[in-house]
Design a protein around this ligand. Structure first.
Ligand code: HEC
Ligand code: HEC
Ligand code: HEC
Ligand code: HEC
Length: 222
């Protein structure tokens, strides 16, 4: 538990320190746009207070969600980067269907979990079994792509499970669980995706039904 306290203190000091910097920058350069750009560019660094642990960790307690998720297209999103896969779509959008895109950093950030962030997906070295296992647990659009990096909230869930106590979701949001909204999806479902022009417009409610996993009613949540 002591570690969680340390992590939140670190977050607060980063936020406060960061605000001071934005404040002075905006006065010097004059303009809300400048402030907004700075806030956006600093966000990912703050996110790294929590690290990615991989979908396999969640499977232990959420077997049904994991099983149904693995069958979704997002669960398999790394596979389509393999040569020969999704040939028609690749050709339509001027991608090379015979190329291996599974090591292409321009694709991995949306087709894997936490790429470029602490504990996130890294291209494995086939001779290093540990790196292969780690990559497998982070391939595709995994649990943490939507729910947030799990290093701290998984520990709280472990304690909730052991004690069988009730919890409020705000406790979990405070340690990195994401409140899922349309904007969570739009970090990837946007026109930076080379096939975006061919996708139908993003209807949040409809896509949520099609794309996530089986839902099990929560018993311990207040
Ligand atoms: C900004 C996030 C993002 C990036 C970067 C990205 N993709 Fe995707 N990709 C998506 C999303 C979201 C979809 C699903 C629907 C869509 O196209 O918006 C998708 C779908 C696909 C499809 C399947 C299209 C179909 O209709 O069958 C292929 C193939 C694909 N991507 C290849 C790539 C390749 C190759 C790269 C790197 C050169 C790449 N993507 C980079 C987000 C991304
Ligand atoms: C980390 C990036 C990422 C995030 C976040 C993300 N998606 Fe996706 N999504 C993808 C990629 C990549 C594909 C393409 C997978 C494929 O075709 O194999 C995809 C495909 C889908 C599909 C399959 C049908 C289609 O049009 O291709 C649905 C449905 C979907 N996403 C819904 C959602 C919803 C709802 C959210 C938010 C709750 C979300 N996605 C968040 C990357 C993401
Ligand atoms: C594409 C986004 C997305 C992915 C990937 C995803 N989830 Fe979810 N998950 C959701 C949404 C949306 C909800 C509905 C509740 C909400 O809106 O916050 C949800 C709800 C849940 C819940 C609450 C109970 C329930 O069943 O509804 C659990 C537990 C959960 N997810 C676990 C997981 C696990 C474990 C994985 C990986 C195997 C996973 N999720 C992958 C979007 C996602
Ligand atoms: C040690 C077991 C355990 C692990 C590991 C675990 N969870 Fe959970 N999780 C729980 C319990 C217990 C609940 C509360 C279930 C209930 O109320 O029925 C829960 C609830 C949730 C909820 C619902 C939160 C809400 O109230 O809206 C989400 C989302 C979730 N878990 C995601 C994840 C993800 C993602 C991972 C992996 C990074 C994960 N969990 C790992 C035990 C665990």
């Amino acid at each position: 538990m002591r570690r969680h306290v340390f992590i939140s203190v670190l977050t607060v000091s980063l936020v406060v320190g960061g605000l001071a910097v934005w404040g002075s920058a905006s006065t010097a350069m004059g303009g809300d746009a400048v402030v907004a750009t700075r806030i956006i560019s600093v966000m990912p660094t703050l996110g790294d207070d929590y690290t990615y642990v991989g979908s396999k960790k969640c499977k232990k307690c959420h077997t049904k969600q994991h099983k149904s998720w693995a069958e979704t297209r997002m669960g398999k999103a790394l596979d389509i980067l393999e040569p020969g896969s999704s040939k028609e779509a690749k050709e339509k959008f001027n991608l090379d269907a015979s190329k291996d895109y599974t090591t292409d950093t321009a694709c991995l950030k949306c087709h894997t979990t936490g790429f470029g962030h602490a504990g996130g997906y890294a291209v494995p070295n086939p001779d290093d079994k540990k790196s292969v296992r780690a990559a497998k647990a982070r391939q595709g659009v995994g649990c943490e792509s939507c729910h947030g990096p799990g290093s701290a909230y998984v520990k709280v869930f472990e304690e909730i499970m052991k004690s069988k106590r009730e919890y409020t979701v705000d406790e979990l949001y405070a340690v990195g669980l994401t409140k899922i909204e349309e904007s969570t999806c739009l970090t990837c479902h946007n026109d930076e995706s080379p096939t975006h022009a061919g996708a139908e417009p993003f209807d949040y409610e409809k896509r949520k039904e099609e794309g996530t996993h089986e839902h099990i009613p929560l018993k311990q949540r207040k």
